[in-house]
Design a protein around this ligand. Structure first.
Ligand code: KPL
Length: 318
């Protein structure tokens, strides 16, 4: 896969006005990065209560490497009328479609939309439904968490890849964004990047939620490893049949390394399920199973975990 870095020193870009839908950890991390790089940022908050809390807090703080900075982007609700030219969506994947619908009337023609969330489906659907927009998607390993409301801790510098899904447009958006983040690269084939992330998530997330364990604890028991190997084999078989390139080695080996590297962490799905929050199973295993079904390839292990998680939870899509 080709990636490209644009050095900051040769950067010359027009500041943009970004509206951010999804004021979670990744949304605010991007708000901070965009403001630091000289862009204007407006947060679109979900409820009047959230807007009041944000106004009372007077913005948000970000602690990065023991250094704390405050950021005060403007904030509003979706029902405002000012037009949106650049939209970043960082909601959970099950909330993307509704969040997008809430501001759709405000998007200018040719608006650029960047989607940064786990799973697949919403990115492809929005691109298909909105040929007038320039839609981008990304995948990130950047990590941040809230120490308390409106105080974010950066958990480590991750890498982010973005790429254009729409046929329309050019790479200008990436060139402007590259000044926000040293670790941002342009993916010429973002669909493959999204598939690789999806494959890892299929291997790890549902099992950690079902076994209620940390990522690393999947590797310690024979039955868990065997279940993971079955899921991985199905993903390898389907992607191979469809001509989608994942990794140079088998998914199980790649997923093993990710589970080991993130061994002490709880996956996002384990956290959502254990807190009885909606989870992303439909856009992870659900998306994979739908693609496999369309291709008439049986994926019993993935269907089993899909049904098991559906049975456990309030998924966002149900
Ligand atoms: O992306 C993840 C998640 O928790 O959602 C990892 C840590 C890679 C597990 O699949």
């Amino acid at each position: 896969m080709m990636v490209r870095h644009i050095p900051h020193s040769v950067q010359d870009f027009e500041p943009m006005h970004w509206h951010i839908l999804g004021a979670g950890a990744i949304g605010l991390l991007w708000a901070a990065k965009l403001e630091k790089a000289g862009h204007q940022v407006t947060l679109i908050l979900h409820t009047p209560e959230k807007l009041t809390q944000y106004t009372e807090a007077g913005g948000f703080a970000l602690t990065d490497n023991n250094h704390t900075e405050r950021f005060t982007p403007s904030a509003q609700l979706a029902d405002q009328s000012d037009p949106i030219s650049h939209l970043l969506i960082t909601t959970k994947s099950f909330a993307v479609t509704d969040a997008f619908a809430s501001i759709q009337h405000r998007l200018s023609n040719n608006a650029r939309v960047l989607l940064l969330h786990n799973g697949m489906g919403p990115q492809q659907q929005l691109t298909e439904d909105n040929p007038q927009l320039e839609i981008w998607a990304g995948s990130t390993t950047d990590g941040a968490y809230f120490e308390r409301p409106w105080h974010l801790i950066r958990a480590g510098i991750g890498a982010t890849q973005v790429g254009r899904l729409s046929d329309r447009g050019n790479d200008q958006l990436f060139e402007a964004l590259s000044s926000t983040d040293d670790q941002l690269t342009l993916a010429e084939d973002i669909q493959s990047v999204l598939w690789r992330k999806l494959a890892i998530n299929c291997a790890i997330n549902p099992l950690t939620a079902l076994y209620n364990c940390r990522n690393g604890e999947l590797l310690k028991y024979t039955d868990r490893r065997a279940a993971m190997a079955q899921l991985c084999k199905e993903v390898d078989d389907v992607t191979h049949a469809l001509g989608i390139t994942l990794f140079e080695r088998k998914l199980m080996e790649q997923a093993w390394d990710v589970a080991e590297l993130t061994g002490d962490n709880y996956s996002s799905m384990q956290q959502d399920v254990s807190h009885q929050r909606p989870n992303e199973i439909e856009t992870i295993t659900g998306y994979f199973c739908a693609i496999a079904d369309q291709a008439h390839i049986a994926t019993p292990a993935n269907h089993l975990v899909l049904e098991a998680i559906r049975g456990l939870s309030t998924t966002g899509d149900h």
